[in-house]
Design a protein around this ligand. Structure first.
Ligand code: SAH
Length: 354
């Protein structure tokens, strides 16, 4: 979701003073048109337009040629985005980067290109077109659209799987600094990250924490990708790769078990099955560390409330409140010890075996 939409949601949040709220018809119309902006951002991200502008402004004809596009159509897309400040239009159909367009470049810190590639991909977009199916049945629209659940779909469709894994790595990158600032990992000898994708977060934690060893665990095809990504990392020798199915077992012997954006993928029964397997694998006294967006119970703007809908339509999971995490932990045999907020939307939800 674009930050413009998030700002808008905040502006129209009942918690804000009346004077800052957009008129209702403007707020609603902007929300209705926001998906068009999202798809336009997806298209230019996929084409790599921002990378083409990294060295300065370029004409629409150059951009169309470099990206294999129809100049007139690409112009209309960029003009629309520029009207919202994503790219700037100069005289003679020349475009240049703006701070938000810069984030669509590939290798800049905080790049959102991979997230844009995922959000607007046809196989994801079509799932959102079936939100009403999820609302009617309570089941994930993903399975209804694709005939199989999201994670099996990604393991069978390599290109989609790669786009998803890259988007998750970007997501994790955005949380790294805030997490390292908020949580002291130096108290542990071995940190196991369960379903850590390509290991972007774990390698950053290990790099920042003297003497810490990491075990990265995920599905076999994801760990294969992680091996490729991590082989040149300066901390590769301190990260062990293990693959498997967390509904069966997870690696034993960790002092802490980190799961970022995992429990939110699943309903309570399946979340309990993962947590039970983690508990079984833990060293005595080990910590459970979930990194999740904890939903506020207040009627205020909260990006987690929309990520929750993503969970509804795609994997069939849900975002939870602090109370719901407390109850889930208790059912799995954990005691929730602390919820540590970070400067990002994520909190660290810490627990110990009870
Ligand atoms: N923790 C990462 C990835 C989150 S996406 C991050 O925050 O960026 C969810 C992850 O769960 C994916 O990497 C997916 O491969 C993994 N996963 C899904 N089903 C799994 C299973 N049965 N066993 C192990 N990992 C699984």
């Amino acid at each position: 979701m674009s930050t413009a939409v998030l700002d808008l949601l905040e502006d129209s949040s009942p918690s804000k003073g009346k004077e800052s709220a957009a008129p209702p018809e403007v707020a609603l119309m902007q929300m209705l048109f926001a998906p068009l902006a999202a798809q336009a951002i997806h298209v230019v991200a996929k084409l790599g337009v921002a990378d083409q502008l990294a060295n300065g402004p370029r004409s629409i004809n150059e951009l169309a040629q470099e990206t294999g596009s129809d100049a007139s159509s690409l112009y209309r897309v960029l003009r629309a985005l520029a009207s919202f400040g994503v790219f700037a239009e100069k005289p003679n159909k020349v475009f240049e980067l703006t701070p938000s367009a810069d984030l669509l470049r590939t290798d800049v810190k905080g790049s959102l290109r991979d997230i844009a590639a995922f959000m607007g991909a046809d196989w994801h977009w079509s799932v959102w077109g079936q939100l009403s199916y999820s609302v009617r049945t309570g089941k994930p629209a993903w399975d209804h659209v694709h005939g199989k659940a999201a994670f099996p779909y990604f393991s069978e469709n390599k290109e989609a799987g790669r786009i998803f894994d890259d988007a998750m790595s970007s997501n994790s990158s955005l949380a790294i600094d805030a997490l390292l600032k908020a949580y002291d990992f130096s108290q542990y000898g071995i940190l196991v990250e369960v379903a850590g994708g390509h290991g972007r977060l774990l390698s950053a934690i290990v790099a920042a924490t003297h003497g810490l060893k990491g075990i990265l665990f995920d599905q076999p095809y994801v760990i294969e990708g992680a091996g490729e990504k991590l082989k040149n990392s300066p901390v590769a020798s301190r990260i062990e790769l293990q693959s498997g199915d967390f509904f069966v077992s997870v690696p034993r012997g960790g002092d802490a078990y980190l799961m970022k954006h995992i429990i939110h993928d699943w309903d309570d029964e399946r979340a309990l099955s993962i947590l039970t397997n983690v508990k079984r694998a833990m060293n005595p006294g080990a910590k459970l560390l979930l990194v999740e967006v904890v939903i506020t119970e207040e009627n205020t703007a909260d990006v987690g409330k929309f990520v929750d809908l993503e969970m509804l339509v795609s994997p069939g999971g849900k975002e939870r409140t602090a109370q719901e995490y407390d109850e889930l932990f208790a059912r799995a045999g954990f005691r929730l010890t602390r919820i540590i907020p970070t400067e990002s939307p994520y909190s660290v939800i810490e627990g110990v075996a009870s």
